[in-house]
Design a protein around this ligand. Structure first.
Ligand SMILES: C[S@@+](CC[C@H](N)C(=O)[O-])C[C@H]1O[C@@H](n2cnc3c(N)ncnc32)[C@H](O)[C@@H]1O
Length: 263
């Protein structure tokens, strides 16, 4: 992947090195990284560079960019993105979905074949939002939901997070906001401290790598529901506008997009 063999391992990341990483993230993902490098990110990225024999970061980054070697720097993406999430985070959004948005968009009165539902968790992190979307929809449709042509596309730029979500496995301590009946009916025990969603649930979510800073969105069909939460705040002002335009173009007429900013 164009990475050099180490001569002397990198001992530290200079301010100049971090400037290069920041420019890379802004350019590729529209993201504005913190002014100073977070200590954990520094340790993890030094480890990554040393494991891959990177001694001249400027040269390595320009090679990555020339060869468009996205997979080569993927671990950096896992290191520098903020992946915090939880089930039913900002629960009012999920209540709005089951009580207001779905009855208006894809009402239960429609005949089954017309009652499609395409939802998108656009910065899904480890998938808790996508699973919460399924259960909010299930709350409105009841059990016929599992037979509907309905599901969630869950996308992110962190492969590590996408792998976690795809596994459908979570620590029991992540459970706080999941209703006991969901836990009893739709999960099984993995180990003393872990559970997994059953296949019927997992197969309703498609996990895919997708960069929200892409100039054009490639989706063939539009979405009835888009959750794009706690990500726009990390985008540069200039890139936010394009992102919002693209998102609105990806919505079905009458569809609903929910966004949230904690700051
Ligand atoms: C704080 S989490 C939000 C998770 C979830 N939406 C929520 O509100 O709980 C932000 C996620 O956005 C992802 N992200 C950042 N920039 C992105 C981009 N350009 N394209 C797609 N995902 C991105 C990060 O990898 C991270 O997993």
């Amino acid at each position: 992947m164009g990475l050099e063999r180490p001569i002397t391992p990198m001992q530290d990341l200079s301010a100049q090195d971090y400037k290069l990483i920041k420019a890379l993230f802004l350019n590729l993902f529209g993201l504005v990284l913190p002014k100073t490098i977070p200590p954990v990110a520094k340790t993890r990225s030094l480890q990554f560079f040393n494991e891959h024999g990177v001694t001249d970061l400027a040269r390595t980054i320009s090679l990555w960019q020339e060869t468009k070697a996205t997979s080569a720097f993927q671990p950096l993406t896992d290191i520098f993105t903020v992946n915090h999430t939880s089930f039913f985070r900002e629960n009012a959004h999920f209540n709005y979905l089951s009580q207001t948005a779905l009855p208006a968009i894809a009402p239960v009165q429609l005949p089954r074949p017309d009652r499609q539902l395409r939802m998108w968790s656009a910065a899904a992190a480890s998938g808790e939002e996508a699973f919460s979307l399924l259960f909010a929809a299930h709350q409105y449709y009841g059990d016929p939901f599992w037979e509907m042509e309905a599901g969630v596309l869950a996308t992110d730029i962190s492969s590590e997070m996408l792998r976690k979500g795809y596994s459908g496995q979570f620590q029991n301590e992540r459970l706080q906001k999941i209703a006991p009946q969901i836990f009893q009916s739709y999960t099984h025990k993995q180990s003393e401290d872990r559970f997994q969603f059953i296949e019927k649930v997992r197969e309703k979510i498609l996990f895919r790598w997708f960069n929200l800073a892409s100039a054009k969105f490639p989706f063939k069909q539009r979405f009835h529901i888009i959750f794009c939460r706690n990500v726009i705040l990390y985008f540069s002002e200039a890139r936010r506008i394009t992102l919002l335009e693209n998102i609105f173009n990806a919505l079905e007429p009458g569809g609903v997009c929910l966004s949230a900013c904690l700051k």
